[in-house]
Design a protein around this ligand. Structure first.
Ligand code: NAP
Length: 320
């Protein structure tokens, strides 16, 4: 099968495209003919050699966790799925080899959901990882609901652009950070207040508007004092979901009863099905995608590294 892979860690140029053996389908997996694969920052971070203490690699590694496509094989222990079903899924594993930038990919049956009927395969491939991350952060961890306030950092990114409509759907008031070029985009997603972080200090803007702080921060940034600022702008008893790191060591966290955690997405087919239904019913807008062919995987990783992409970056692999 045609696949993108790397045989050594390095910059985007280590990505090659060529023929690899079709992966086997485990007993609790389905094998998917992949129509499209979502591109996420973790794909390029793993390629660069980060996170080796958590995630094992077997070379050659095909990157990618997000996928949409059609089931071509069903594992012996799998019930409820048939060959031919159109699905989306999160093929995340703590040991990587057979990722989704390929014509075929195995994925645990418990990590897939029906493709929303109103979504193209490209749109569906952009849903799983960021939607599960945002929902698990905002609802499960943050307990966001009507009347609450939230700051969603990097509102124009993959996570931010799905988190904004989710937070609105849950009834919250949404503050977000974006550059001037993305102000209209994040407003169209439902953001109530957009802070141009290149012009204004978001910390000052939040504390002027909400002197006691917001109920929750979804902290998608890392470094430059953002970890500590997230605590300072959170209300006593509020919550901070860190996307990239453990919380900072600040006495204020315990003293003010703030719940602060590194939230790592969890593959959860049942939750993905519930989210798929919200997308299908139009209660959440389908992700805006920028699509490149599989052969442009190097370019996709470079664009992801630029931190300037809007919405979801997706690789188109086959027309099914
Ligand atoms: N823990 C988890 O399970 C999990 C899951 C997914 C992602 N993540 C992490 O969460 C972060 C966001 O992921 P993503 O997929 O949303 O990334 P992404 O799509 O690559 O984010 C790109 C966006 O970031 C915005 N941005 C860049 N610098 C910014 C700044 N200083 N302030 C505000 N916005 C800024 C850009 O908008 P402008 O051009 O408008 O600045 C751009 O639209 C990444 O670090 C990723 O590794 C963690």
């Amino acid at each position: 099968m045609r696949a993108v892979y790397y045989e050594t860690h390095g910059d985007a140029e280590v990505l090659q495209i060529g023929e690899l053996d079709k992966p086997a389908c485990g007993d609790e997996q389905v094998l998917v003919e992949v129509a499209a694969a979502g591109v996420n920052p973790i794909d390029r971070r793993l390629r660069a050699g980060e996170l080796q203490e958590y995630i094992q690699r077997t070379f050659p590694v095909t990157p990618g966790f997000d996928l949409s496509g059609r089931i071509v094989e069903v594992g012996d222990a799998v019930t409820g799925w048939q060959v031919g079903d159109e699905i989306m899924g999160l093929a995340f594993t703590w040991s990587i080899q057979h990722g989704t930038y390929a014509e075929f990919a195995p994925v645990d049956a418990g990590a897939i959901a029906p493709k929303p009927v109103n979504a193209s395969f490209e749109q569906a491939a952009g849903i799983p990882l960021v939607s599960l991350t945002a929902w698990q952060s905002l609802l499960e961890f943050g307990q966001l609901g009507p009347g609450k306030t939230v700051l969603i950092q990097a509102g124009a990114g993959g996570v931010g652009s799905v988190a904004i409509p989710m937070a609105k759907h849950l009834g919250a008031t949404v503050y977000t950070t974006a550059s001037a070029a993305n102000t209209d985009y994040v407003r169209s997603l439902g953001a109530d207040v957009v802070i141009d972080y290149q012009k204004d200090s978001y910390e000052r803007a939040i504390l002027e508007a909400e002197p006691d702080g917001v109920d929750m921060v979804l902290e998608a940034l890392l470094g430059d004092g953002t970890d500590e600022a997230a605590i300072r702008i959170t209300k006593s008893g509020g919550a901070v979901a860190y996307m990239n790191n453990e919380p900072p060591d600040m006495p204020d966290i315990g003293a003010r009863g703030i719940r602060a955690e590194f939230i790592h997405h969890r593959a959860d087919g049942a939750m993905l099905s519930e989210l798929g239904a919200l997308y299908e019913q139009g209660l959440l807008p389908l992700p805006q995608t920028e699509t490149l062919p599989l052969s442009a995987a190097v370019e996709a990783h470079r664009r992801s590294e630029s931190r300037r992409t809007r919405g979801k970056l997706v690789l188109s692999i086959a027309t099914l």
